[in-house]
Design a protein around this ligand. Sequence first.
Ligand SMILES: Cc1ncc(C[n+]2csc(CCOP(=O)(O)OP(=O)(O)O)c2C)c(N)n1
Ligand SMILES: [Mg+2]
Length: 396
Amino acid sequence: MSAPQDWTPSTSSTPSPRPGPDHVVAGLKGTDEGGADLVQLLTPEGERVPDPRFDPYAADIDVEALKELYRDLVLVRRFDREGNALQRQGQLGIWVPLLGQEAAQIGAGRAMAPQDMAFPSYREHGVAWARGVDPTELLGIFRGTDHGSWDPKSTGFHLYTIVIGNQCLNATGYAMGQKFEGKVGDGPDSEATICFFGDGATSQGDVHEGFVWAAVYDAPVVFYCQNNQWAISEPTERQTRVPLYKRAQGYGFDGIRVDGNDVLACLAVTRWALEECRTGNGPVLIEAFTYRMDAHTTSDDPTRYRLADELELWKLKDPIERVRVHLVRSLGVEPEFFGEVQAESDALAARFRQHCVDMPAPAPDRMFSEVYAEGSPAVDAQREAFLAYHSSFEGV
Ligand SMILES: Cc1ncc(C[n+]2csc(CCOP(=O)(O)OP(=O)(O)O)c2C)c(N)n1
Ligand SMILES: [Mg+2]
C-alpha cells in the first residue's frame, strides 16, 4: 500500500487551495494503516522492533512481565468468548465482544497507575480486567439485572456508558477536577484520566466538546480511541477525511497512532501519554489502530456489510499470536507455560459461566431502588404502579 498523500490546511494568511478530489481520496486513504507514524514494537510476526522514542516506556518488560501480559490477553479473550456463548444460550440478553481488541485494552489498562481514573464505553472488558474488576461483575449489565456492580472509586474504572461519546464529557470534567485539586505535577501521587471511545464516537458532539474543554483547561486526560474500523456497519473512512489521530492538531494537543494489536506498543504509548498528562502536558489523543474481529454485538450480523477477506487479513495481525510467537522464538518460553495459561483460562470460563447461570432474578422493584439517594415521589409512584401491574399476573 502506498503511503497516503498528506493534505494539511494552510495556517498562513495565503488561502490554501480547496481540497480537490485527489486530496479527498488521499484523506480517505489516510484512514488506512499505512504511514510511518504508526508506533509498533512487536510486529505481527512476533519480532521486536526498536523504537527510540517509546522503548524506554517498555524497558521493564522482561520475559516474566511479557508472560503476564500474554496471560492477560488469553484470559480476557476466553471470558469474552464465554460471554458470546452465554448470550447464544439465552443466559444473557446481549454481549458486546472485544475479540481482536485485547492488546489495545490490556496495553492501556496496564499502563495506568492505581490513582488514575478510566472512563470506558461498553466494550472495555479488557480494561476492566486490568483494573481488577472481576469479569463476573460485568454480567449483570448484559443479563439485565443491574447497571454495573463494581465500585468506580476503588477500582478507578467508571461504569460503562452506552450513549456514544458521552463519557468524554464525564472524563474531561473529572480530569479538570484533578487539575483544580492540584493533582497534576511531578509527585508520585499525581493523577491522570483516560477516556475510551470508538472511531464512530469521534463524529459525536460530546467528543468534540470534551476535546475543546480538555484543551483549554489543560486537563490531564488521555483520549484513547480504539479505531476498530467499524461503527456497527459504518466504516471509518466514512467518518473522517483524515486519520483520526491527526484531528488532535486542530484542538492544539498531541495525537499519536499506535498499532492497537501490539500490546507492548499500546502499553508504552499509553504510559507516555499518561505521564504527559500527570505532569501537565495533557491532553493527548491516542488512536489505537485495531480491528473488531467479531460482530458489533450479538444482535449484529457483520456478513451483511463487510467482506470475509477483511477479517482474514486481520487474523494475520492477531494480538495474541504475535506475543506467543515472540515468547517462544525469541525468549525460549517452554510449552508448559502455555498449557498452564490454557488451564487457567478454562477455569475462569467455567467460573464465569457458573456465576451467570446462578444469578438470581432481581426483585421487581430493583430497578427503582437506586435512582435517587433519598428517593423521589415520582419514582415512588412509578414503583407502586409497576408493582401493582406486576402482581396482576400472579396466578396467571
Ligand atoms: C448517542 C448514541 N447514538 C447512537 C447509538 C447507537 N450506537 C451504539 S454503538 C454505535 C456505534 C459506535 O461505534 P464506535 O464508536 O466505533 O465504537 P465500537 O462499537 O466500534 O467500539 C452506535 C451508533 C448510541 N448508543 N448512542
Ligand atoms: Mg468502532
